[in-house]
Design a binder for this molecule. Sequence first.
Ligand code: NAD
Length: 291
Amino acid sequence: MKILDGQLVSQATKDELKIKVAQLVAEGKKVPHLAAVLVGNNGASETYVGSKVRTCEEIGFHSTLIRLDESISEFKLLETIEELNNDMDVDGILVQLPLPKHISDEKVINAIHPSKDVDGFHPVSVGKMVQSLPTFIPATPHGIMLMLEHYKINTKGMHAVVIGRSNIVGRPMSILLSANSNPGNCTVTICHSHTKNLREICLQADIIVAALGRPEFVKPDMVKDGAIVIDVGITRVPDATKKRGYALKGDVEFDTVAPKCSWITPVPGGVGPMTIAALMTNTYNACLLKH
Ligand code: NAD
């Protein structure tokens, strides 16, 4: 069993970007600028946005964090996005999800100009991804593909089972793994909360991508020997032994599943850091395309 070390690959990606930014500075060119919008004060969202902003600083990108009150109207939020769309210095816009219930995720995502859609959630970006055209790929699936590429895992012809069909992870992951590319060229089965015989389907998988948000859901009796297991899940589970009062759990029961795998991602230290590295790559590309 070998570990797909997201921390290591993410650091390598960030180091490369750092060098590229230093080159831009040396040539007197524009440095990438990411604007992050955080509505309310959800603990997990605070953590995610915080690490995205810190990573920008580490690499040498400019970043702006716009904090908005939980009670902000949808109209005001859309106005903020329009201002960022029109701000020539801003290359990428990310709106941290989930948004409060009175705001439509769809309207907000659709309001971001596709040229600044570094999260890759806009229908224009998704449409291009489906057609394998150059575009911004949603950060988590993009990060997973970068990791498979880094470890030179040849996925051609493999049966990939993706558990979860969300627009931000499961569905784009299924599209990328089935694309005529490397990594890619898999036969993909996408499973969800209404799937019957999930265990039997998983047992046929050469690759399992678990993205359902149910801590330690994938057990060893669902995994065939030698499978590659990518654990996307991150759930905060109350844990009195931890200083912060919770532990982070993936969707895979790591200790029992790992011995059966050829490769597996840990949580934390697997897909999470890769998501940030992929977002930074998208932001760099957004800047390069514009200037
Ligand atoms: P989501 O709630 O939007 O989607 C979950 C999906 O899982 C749904 O399609 C649902 O049908 C499916 N599902 C739920 N229960 C199931 C079951 N019992 N059997 C089969 N399918 C089932 O979640 P999401 O936004 O896709 O996130 C999934 C997980 O990944 C969460 O834990 C989230 O925190 C984590 N996540 C991690 C990163 C990262 O960077 N590591 C990024 C995004 C999301």
